[in-house]
Design a protein around this ligand. Structure first.
Ligand code: BEZ
Length: 389
């Protein structure tokens, strides 16, 4: 992240805090609705996000802005067909103050629609659906992760720099896959490459064999893939078992290897991906975060844990400014817009569309870690096409 860009905003934040009227301390618990997958191919991602969120709150003594946090939970199963009913359980039945979710882009779109209709504050800690901070952007909707376009575009830039000329892509046929592929194609073709064919299969199908056979027959210079969670484990293993790694390099957005390296074993070693986080960032913030996470959960932190942790930090910035008075919605939103989050990934600023402006790392899978081996694109902002915030 370009620090020169950040310091004026930090100053603005401080000015903003000074300018706002002093608030009475709010009382009672703040109700946070966690809508995440607890089952299915993205279950581990949901757990890591919840762990990250709760870790930050626990570090603040269980409170944000002086108010205790009470959690309400729904397992969204990464099922878009159940998404509207599920989010309404939190908004209408549990009457939550804030919604936090989710992993799957299609489910998150339903959450964004309900948030827009009801004015409920929504923080998206993973799902990258471009429209959430694009055509559907809204004052009350924030994201602490990425837009699908961002990591895809970054990998396209890197693949072109590596001098690959002919690429094939493979992913699940839903918003996240299609939009990451679109971003990859944009970056790759801008750098002089040509995408021969985009291959897809339905989410969350993992029968890759027919598509791998087609890749072997077409012999591209490189294959770009988006899969995550359980699907990523199976894809990386199948690609290797088919003998393709020896002849056709595999690259992807970092979800291909994040939180999955132990299960993927040797088949993932050396894979190059792009993402807004790498395990080995040698900053005191990242090192302290990883240590606390490992101690608390007996597991290694991954990008999903970071995004959950930062969702809590972002909410904390808003609620602290109003000293816990959750009714001061406009002031909370303004504070969240202007805050600079001290994230384990580096300093994080929100765009006017409420999506992170952040560095994208080139990572290499080494042992149990995705290690940064360079920067793909610095301070990359989503184009936020159609956003009128
Ligand atoms: C998505 O559906 O937006 C998504 C899911 C898993 C990892 C990254 C993105």
């Amino acid at each position: 992240m370009n620090r020169l860009m950040i310091s004026p905003l930090a100053v603005l934040s401080a000015t903003l805090i000074a300018a706002l009227p002093a608030a009475a301390q709010g009382s009672g618990k703040i109700k946070v609705g966690l809508m995440l997958p607890a089952t299915g191919t993205f279950a581990a991602l949901g757990t890591a996000i919840e762990n990250g969120f709760k870790l930050y709150v626990a570090e603040q003594g269980g409170k944000l802005g002086g108010r205790e946090i009470e959690y309400f939970k729904v397992d969204d199963e990464s099922d878009p067909a159940k998404a509207t009913d599920n989010v309404n359980k939190l908004v209408k039945r549990d009457n939550v103050d804030v919604l936090v979710g989710t992993v799957h882009s299609g489910v998150a779109m339903a959450m964004a629609r309900v948030a827009k209709e009801t004015g409920t504050l929504l923080i998206v800690p993973n799902a990258g659906a471009d429209a959430i901070t694009g055509a559907m952007c809204a004052k009350n909707i924030f994201r602490t992760s990425f837009s699908n376009w961002q990591p895809g575009y970054a990998m396209g830039v890197v693949a072109a720099q590596k001098n690959y000329k002919r690429a094939m892509t493979i992913t699940w046929n839903y918003a996240a896959g299609n939009e990451m592929v679109k971003g990859f194609n944009e970056g790759f073709e801008k750098g002089g490459g040509k995408v021969m064919k985009d291959l897809t299969l339905p989410f969350p199908n993992v029968e890759f064999q027919a598509l791998l056979t087609e890749i072997a027959a077409q012999k591209p210079d490189v294959v770009f893939a988006f899969f995550a969670g359980g699907g990523a484990v199976k894809f990386v293993k199948d690609y290797d078992a088919a003998g393709l790694r020896k002849t056709i390099p595999l690259v992807g957005t970092g979800f291909l290897t994040d939180g999955t390296l132990e299960a993927q074993g040797a088949s993932a070693q050396g894979l190059i991906t792009t993402l807004h986080y790498a395990d080995n960032l040698e900053t005191p913030r990242n090192e302290a975060f990883r240590k606390a996470y490992a101690l608390t959960y007996k597991a290694n932190a991954d990008v999903y844990a970071v995004q959950g942790y930062d969702a809590a930090q972002l909410l904390g910035a808003g609620i602290t400014l109003v000293r816990g008075d959750i009714s001061r919605r406009d002031d909370i939103v303004l504070a969240m817009r202007k805050t600079i989050i001290n994230s384990p990934r580096g300093k994080l600023a929100m765009s006017t569309a409420h999506n992170p402006v952040q560095d994208f790392y080139i990572r290499e899978a080494k042992g149990k870690n995705n290690e940064s081996v360079g920067i793909a694109v610095k301070a990359l902002a989503d184009p936020a096409r159609g956003c009128k915030n």
